[in-house]
Write a protein that binds this ligand. Structure first.
Ligand SMILES: Cc1cc2nc3c(=O)[nH]c(=O)nc-3n(C[C@H](O)[C@H](O)[C@H](O)COP(=O)(O)OP(=O)(O)OC[C@H]3O[C@@H](n4cnc5c(N)ncnc54)[C@H](O)[C@@H]3O)c2cc1C
Length: 313
């Protein structure tokens, strides 16, 4: 049994989500191979080889993988899997990257993708959430090659070092020429990346305005070394950018500490953060549903409580 993981990387190093995916693959048993496809991505292939639990790294380097386009990547993976009957599973993290590539791989392999896997019961049986995490399905796959996207928060990452896998060059697949990356606007974050942060301070509609969102939450986040997150209502109201959104249609996070400020706790928000290790909620409404999942709750006006908390840290 051999498992292929499609690595998410930036050319220089693996993204943390790939290390969580390796951890999920280890639960399957069998050899774990990691595909690093990109352009000038030799450094990323080396970081993959150093990750604990990786048996082999497959390195495909070509200009047409430079933009990580899903079409070319999926064609590469399909060609490779069809040529080597030993592969039984293809995994990728359930991040925007994995959600883009993996369904195409599944379609090309005529497999039914199993998305957002949170537990591996056996090589063909998995658990995944549905109804925004309110129910868990136990799914058995009879596909020859099982295609799984992995909910990264459900698996602790393997160590980024300690491994010494061989790196094998892979001939590039076809350039389908179907898409072209026209531009990329990268927001330079001063803070930790939301999905990798160990502490998140998140704000909701209770903040009332964009300037208050930043004026109240940033000093607290600075003191805690935290990433900033937001509810969808806060994003829709323009208090915070889109990529701050936590929840069913935003990012799924599970930090050590999640501080929810002026967030009511709608199920779609909880779907993105309820696996956080410690949840602190500050809300002036004692009946707010967020208190049902909070480990520590403070019924207070956030405009008083948050500056006091910040000053006390
Ligand atoms: C298909 C679908 C997908 C969705 N996806 C997401 C998603 O990914 N993420 C997400 O967050 N939402 C999502 N939503 C929206 C979700 O249903 C809620 O509308 C949203 O989460 C509410 O955001 P909120 O808690 O900031 O706002 P509200 O529900 O308006 O809550 C604001 C809270 O602030 C408190 N408050 C107000 N003033 C103060 C004060 N001065 N001090 C202290 N507390 C105060 C209030 O008591 C209240 O509890 C989705 C909805 C749908 C239908």
């Amino acid at each position: 049994m051999t498992i292929l993981i499609i690595a998410e990387h930036d050319g220089a190093a693996l993204k943390a989500a790939t290390l969580n995916t390796v951890a999920a693959a280890q639960r399957l048993g069998g050899d774990v191979h990691v595909l690093v496809a990109g352009h000038d991505c030799g450094a990323a292939a080396k970081t993959a080889a150093a990750a604990s639990g990786v048996a082999k790294v497959l390195h495909a380097d070509a200009a047409h993988y430079g933009d990580q386009g899903a079409e070319n990547l999926a064609a590469l993976v399909e060609g490779f899997i069809q040529a080597d009957a030993g592969y039984t599973h293809v995994l990728a993290p359930a991040t925007p990257f994995g959600r883009n590539v993996l369904p195409r791989v599944a379609a090309l392999l005529d497999s039914s993708q199993i998305s957002d896997v949170i537990a591996i019961e056996s090589p063909d049986t998995f658990r995944r959430p549905f109804y925004a995490g309110n129910a868990i399905a136990l799914v058995q796959s009879k596909d020859k090659v099982k295609v799984l996207s992995v909910r990264t928060t459900a698996f602790d990452a393997v160590a980024a070092s300690g491994g010494s896998a061989a790196v094998q060059s892979l001939p590039a697949g076809p350039d389908l020429g179907l898409t072209e990356l026209v531009g990329r606007e990268v927001v330079k974050l001063e803070r930790p990346e939301l999905t990798a942060a160990s502490i998140i301070v998140s704000g909701g509609r209770g903040l009332g305005a964009a300037d208050k969102f930043h004026a109240v939450l940033e000093p607290l986040a600075d003191k805690l070394g935290a990433a900033l997150g937001a509810s969808r209502a806060a994003v829709d109201a323009g208090y915070a950018p889109n990529d701050y959104q936590v929840g069913q249609t935003g990012k799924i996070v599970a930090p050590q500490l999640y501080v929810a400020v002026g967030i009511s706790g709608a199920i779609q928000h909880l779907a993105g953060m309820k696996d956080s290790k410690v949840i602190v909620a500050i809300n002036k409404d004692a009946e707010a549903p967020i208190f049902q999942v909070a480990d520590y709750g403070l019924v207070a006006d956030l405009f008083v409580a948050v500056p006091e908390l910040t000053a006390a840290i």
